[in-house]
Design a protein around this ligand. Structure first.
Ligand SMILES: [Zn+2]
Length: 461
């Protein structure tokens, strides 16, 4: 099977030129000017950007949380991702307390098996790691799961102590693995929450008011300090505030291998959303919470200056009806999370490139290339190059669209960006050479997505 993408403007993290791209089966085999070739299928891309498929390294399909589970499964969630120009996700498998690491991983393989529309990898959320489990950690890494996520938040569920963090970082670091950290002082936060509930403060906005930015900054500081002692890199997930960003900046200025991602919700939404009428603020209950608007410019600066390397979504949708409503009388019962996997690339193109905050190359780097490098998938993923997987998005930079739950494909009954008008739209999406989105329709088959066996962290440090 030979496919030719013709006359497009090819943009990667480093290049920007007009060319034709020949795809044979699953990979790019020729890139050149005016290719005259016999092919099975031609895709016309004049006046379009041709960019590497997006990589979203932070999603939670079907995640059990607070007595319910995220409303997208691996089928609906990955189809929605494809519509939004994302061709790889890294989701989070969970090892619960009392389980082996491999048991946790197997459970998530079973959830995804035969359902994914795009390629997918896993990080492993680790809630227990004693010395005798280190060998098992290396087995997990040999199976292509080279990153682990630890929590400083959610005591009694996910939280691990500093000893476990140190042990995990030391062990993973020795073999090129990476620890992803939910950095927030959950122990102190729980005390603040207790006080709020005692005072009768139960509305959604108290989710934000009980999780101050300093709790996040303390977590980031501690995570980086432990990683320095463990002589290992660290990756801070969903960084949301200036206070937390400053900790990463200081570490990177000292040359430490500290990496961090932020998410569109922290760039485009703010604490003001919690004041929407009635119980609507529950739509934005996620962790960390939305912050004061003044944090947004600093996060963009961080993205531009490479103190933040990646934009993920933390896609973890719960329907407003029945799921978010579990917390009608108590904000701590609102499942934490919001949808976003479908909106990330158009939102960042509009807010970043059209609104002149980042370059087109940096847009590609933040939404695809950097994650491929940090999470051991480059150059198979994250770029358009001879030999790379043909995960390619044809993007119309002039098209205008209005984000709405009515036109989106995520399995959830609201969109946090409802009514937002943006410029730029995904036109065609190829996953390993196969067209999966075309003319506004999904043309693939669930199960076409393959498990991504990832290698060592290959970021610059
Ligand atoms: Zn998450």
């Amino acid at each position: 099977m030979k496919t030719l993408i013709r006359n497009g403007r090819v943009v990667t993290a480093s290049d920007d030129y007009h060319a034709d791209i020949l795809i044979e089966d699953e990979v790019v085999t020729v890139i050149g000017a005016k290719l005259e070739l016999e092919v099975d299928h031609v895709i016309e891309a004049a006046n379009r950007l041709v960019i590497p498929g997006g990589i979203d390294p932070h999603t939670h399909m079907e995640l059990p949380f607070g007595g319910t589970q995220a409303s997208d499964d691996f089928r609906t969630g990955t189809i929605a991702a494809a519509y939004g120009g994302t061709t790889s996700i890294i989701d989070f498998a969970v090892q619960y307390q009392g389980q082996s690491l491999l048991e946790g991983l197997d459970n998530w393989h079973a959830k995804a098996e035969g359902k994914a529309a795009i390629d997918y990898g896993f990080h492993l959320i680790t809630t227990e790691l004693v010395d005798r489990q280190i060998e098992e950690m290396y087995t997990v890494m040999d199976e292509g799961v080279t990153s682990f996520k630890l929590f400083m938040a959610y005591p009694g569920v996910f939280l691990v102590d500093d000893a476990t963090i140190f042990r995990a970082m030391s062990a993973a670091g020795k073999r090129g693995g990476l620890i992803c950290m939910h950095a927030e002082n959950g122990v102190v936060i729980n005390e603040i929450i207790k006080r709020a509930l005692q005072e009768g403060r139960t509305a959604p906005k108290y989710h934000a008011l009980t999780r101050p930015t300093i709790a996040e900054a303390e977590g980031v500081h501690r995570a980086i300090a432990i990683s320095e002692m463990a002589e290992a890199p660290v990756y801070i997930v969903h960084l949301s505030s200036t206070d937390a960003l400053n900790q990463v900046r200081q570490a990177r200025d000292r040359g430490l291998p500290a990496f961090a991602e932020t998410c569109p919700q922290y760039l485009f939404l703010s604490v003001e959303n919690y004041n929407e009428p009635g119980f609507e603020g529950a739509k934005y209950v996620m962790t960390p919470p939305l912050r004061e608007r003044s944090n947004q410019d600093e996060l963009w600066k961080g993205l531009k200056m490479d103190d933040l390397q990646v934009i993920s979504t933390d896609h973890c949708p719960f329907c407003f009806k029945e799921q978010k409503e579990l917390g009608l009388t108590d904000f701590t019962k609102i499942p934490n999370g919001a949808p976003g996997v479908e909106n990330r690339i158009p939102l960042i193109f509009n807010g970043g490139v059209i609104e002149n905050r980042i370059s087109l190359n940096r847009f590609v780097e933040l939404t695809s290339t950097a994650a491929a490098k940090i999470f051991g998938m480059f150059p198979k993923k994250g770029t358009i190059a001879v030999g790379s997987d043909a995960d390619i998005v044809i993007f119309d930079p002039e098209a205008e669209q209005t984000i709405s739950v009515r036109t989106s494909h995520m399995n959830v009954d609201y969109n946090p960006y409802e009514g937002k008008k943006i410029r730029g739209a995904v036109v065609t999406v190829l996953s390993r050479g196969r067209v999966i989105i075309e003319d506004g329709r999904y043309k693939g088959r669930p199960g076409d997505g393959q498990f991504l066996k990832r290698g060592a962290c290959a970021a610059d440090f």
